[in-house]
Ligand binder design. Structure first.
Ligand code: ADP
Ligand code: MG
Length: 640
């Protein structure tokens, strides 16, 4: 046997994370077993699937199972499966890196989090499955052989920064994970993982629903007959019932069982906010068990973020990440759909064309949305947790799912100028609309603070119109595809014309007067700044600032253009509209100066400065910041 042992180091980050992990998460020690069983179960699912797809794969799948073995001296616990196994490269990749892109982020947050519960929640968000073994073990050995390969791999680590890896010639196919348990804590008999009863209890509690038998050799003591000696026999027992939870009537399953199942399929550590069970009967029978999590996973917004729904056919796992069953904007929903009358060989292509699959997806979507609506009306705190975690994802549906747009808008909440703390729904907004107000006003931007200071909001504030403050990046996009809610058009405060006094006749006359008075100035400004502007006009939305920039009704806002550019798309830079506040001394002064001095070049500079400050006021930069700064400095010299 060639035993070339290679010693490798974890990435520095992984090492620190391990350290933190082992020292911060104590209250939930038990969960390491659930994690190992969950991994073994996944490996068995994968092997069965692979055998189904690849007829050339020469493996025995007649007795797929998980085995637990405990030993008191030395204190060792092994979890073994005859599943898919891993190649050496996979071990390095999947186990050796403590993978997951969010590791640095997790480490920072763990350090900041003060208490255990918070640490655990964090770990839950990032998912450290396999590594939870180091909470109870001094040393972990993983021996694995991939189905169809002859060479096996042994990986050993004490969780202290390095691990060794070597190729091994003969090992059974599948994976065994052996934990050298930490010394027994005499005070703490409740956590003795070498006790049969403890293992039995943990499997029942956390893993009863696992679809594969979890076996253990147990000693059975039979009392002797008529005072004779007792006999001890060793027998193999299956510890779990293997009942698919989704196939059981809801009232026969406890919430605890549902929660543990959720943790298994979602690879999560949090508790779900909602448990949804559904059944479809008739031509196309199916059962669904869905969960709405309480925490967002760290990769919720990653480009390759997975859909959380798994497809089973007649209790057999077929595929995870099933986009055909759940739209992308509901990717946070986890769960299982088990179809009765589908072929085990079903492929993505077939699913995509299957009308009944599309129908299921429509039903699941509606059910999830109505569940959210119920939560919103019945359990505001849970809804709040939900919205904080997933609101920004849900809003993606406003662009892609026109059928459910109305419902999505109904269950959405938005910040608004009405309250500093509470969010508002659209129906609530409409109830508060002013007499004569026909539109729902909104502003988009980076933060509430920035928006509240924006010149675009001035007149709305003064005149008491409520404005929604939309600050998620996705808001910038969906507002473009949602024309109205409940018959009320959505209107950006920074787009098109707004006229807050349209009912007022005296102001009508006044406006005409003003228009005449300022006509020359406006024409001159338009010409002077024609490089940037398509129009210069008097504003109905300014009370304090001299000027602001407006995007034409159907134009692309600068923020949206930035987002497109960041994602590699090119967008034409549309010219914008400059609006002036006819009451502002800078504007009236400019008007007078233009009358008096006509084409004075220094006036053109003032125009540039006016335009530049309008950009600054909305949080943007002038096109040529250096030139702007030079112009400004020159002016300041004259007044200091
Ligand atoms: P997760 O299960 O959330 O992916 P883990 O840390 O539990 O994270 O496991 C990391 C990866 O290691 C798994 O995704 C799987 O690919 C691999 N793995 C772990 N245990 C086994 C096993 N018993 N058999 C095959 N692969 C395994
Ligand atoms: Mg896992």
């Amino acid at each position: 046997m060639t035993a070339h042992v290679e010693q490798l180091e974890f990435q520095a980050e992984a090492r620190q994370l391990l350290d933190l992990l082992v020292h911060s998460v104590y209250s939930n020690k038990d969960s390491f077993l659930r994690e190992l069983i969950s991994n073994a179960s996944d490996a068995l699912d994968k092997l069965r699937l692979e055998a189904l797809r690849n007829k050339d794969l020469d493996v025995d799948i007649s007795d797929l199972h998980i085995e637990i073995e405990v030993n008191k001296d030395p204190r060792v616990l092994t979890v073994r499966d005859n599943g898919i196994g891993m190649t050496r490269a996979e071990v390095v990749d999947l186990i050796g890196t403590l993978a997951k892109s969010g590791t640095a982020e997790l480490r920072r947050k763990l350090r900041e989090s003060k208490n255990e519960a918070a640490s655990e929640e964090l770990i839950g968000q990032f998912g450290i499955g396999f590594y939870s073994t180091f909470i109870v073990a001094d040393e972990v050995e993983l021996l694995t052989r991939k189905a169809g390969e002859s060479e096996a791999t042994r990986w050993v680590s004490s969780g202290d920064g390095t691990y060794t890896i070597e190729s091994v010639e003969d090992a059974p196919q599948g994976t065994s994970v052996t934990l050298r348990l930490k010394p027994e804590d005499r005070e703490d008999h409740l956590h003795d993982y070498t006790a049969d009863w403890k293992i039995r209890e943990l499997v029942k509690k956390y893993s009863d629903f696992i679809a594969w038998p979890i076996r253990m050799q147990v000693e059975r003591i039979t009392p002797g007959q008529d005072g004779g000696k007792e006999t001890i026999t060793v027998e193999t027992q299956t510890l779990n019932s293997m009942k698919a939870l989704w196939a059981k009537p809801r009232d026969e399953v406890s919430d605890e069982e549902y929660k543990e199942f959720y943790k298994h399929i979602a690879h999560a550590w949090d508790d779900p906010l909602e448990i949804i069970t559904m059944k479809g009967e008739g031509a196309f029978e199916y059962q669904a068990l869905l969960f709405i999590p309480s925490q967002a996973p760290f990769d919720l917004f990653a480009r390759d973020a997975k859909i959380g729904v798994q497809l089973y056919v007649k209790r057999v796992f077929i595929m995870g990440d099933c986009e055909e069953l759940m739209p992308r904007y509901l990717r946070f929903v986890k769960g299982v759909v088990d179809a009765e009358s589908m072929s085990l060989n079903v492929s993505r292509e077939i699913l995509q064309q299957d009308r009944q699959v599309t129908a299921i997806r429509r039903r699941l979507t509606k059910k999830v949305l109505s569940t959210i609506a119920d939560m919103q009306s019945g359990r505001p705190e849970d809804y709040w947790t939900f919205w904080t975690a997933f609101g920004a994802v849900l809003k993606e549906g406003l662009m892609s799912d026109a059928d459910n747009r109305e419902q999505l808008l109904r269950v959405s909440s938005f910040a608004s100028t009405y309250s500093d703390e509470e969010l508002t729904t659209l129906p609530e907004y409409i109830e508060r609309m002013k007499e004569g107000q026909e539109q729902i006003f909104y502003a988009t931007g980076q933060s509430r603070e920035q928006l509240l200071k924006s010149p675009h909001l001035e007149a709305f504030k003064v005149k008491g119109y409520e404005v929604l403050l939309l600050t998620d990046p996705v808001d910038e996009i969906w507002v473009g595809s949602v024309p109205e809610f409940d018959g009320k058009p959505l209107q950006s405060v920074a787009k098109g014309e707004v006229d807050l006094d349209s009912e007022d006749e005296t102001s009508e006359a006044e406006r005409e007067e003003q228009a005449k008075e300022f006509a020359e100035l406006l024409a001159w400004l338009k010409e002077t700044l024609s490089e940037y502007l398509s129009e210069v006009r008097l504003s109905g939305r300014l009370t304090e600032s001299p000027a602001c920039l407006i995007t034409p009704t159907f134009g692309i806002t600068p923020a949206l253009a930035r987002m497109y550019r960041a994602s590699g798309q090119t967008v034409p830079v549309g010219k914008r509209i400059l609006e002036l506040n006819p009451q502002h001394p800078l504007v009236t002064g400019l008007q007078q100066a233009h009358k008096d001095r006509g084409d004075d070049p220094s006036l053109a500079q003032t125009a540039e400065l006016l335009y530049g400050t309008a950009l600054l006021a909305e949080g943007d930069l002038p096109e040529d910041p250096a030139k702007f700064a030079a112009l400004l400095a020159e002016r300041l010299v004259r007044i200091v």
